[in-house]
Write a protein that binds this ligand. Sequence first.
Ligand code: FES
Length: 90
Amino acid sequence: MKMSFIPGTDVVVQENQTVLQAALDNGMHIQHTCNGQGSCGTCKVRILGDENQRVSQSEKQLLSEHDIKMGYRLACQVQCNDNMEVHPQH
Ligand code: FES
């Protein structure tokens, strides 16, 4: 499977990986203060192509409804999908 980090880096990812794991495995930087435990909110990214994935309880607590509607997710809570587009925060 392929995932794109915007701007302009395509990486190969595994189906059961989280977006955070895939990013770190491919040398992409996403903040992750709680190490993927779903408790800090620092791994917030905008993701296109994950519309069918359930929003986790951690995301409901750490992101606003507006954020979620705009496509913001926690990278440690979202599983990789083929052709997903990730927009890291800077
Ligand atoms: S790394 Fe802390 S919520 Fe994702």
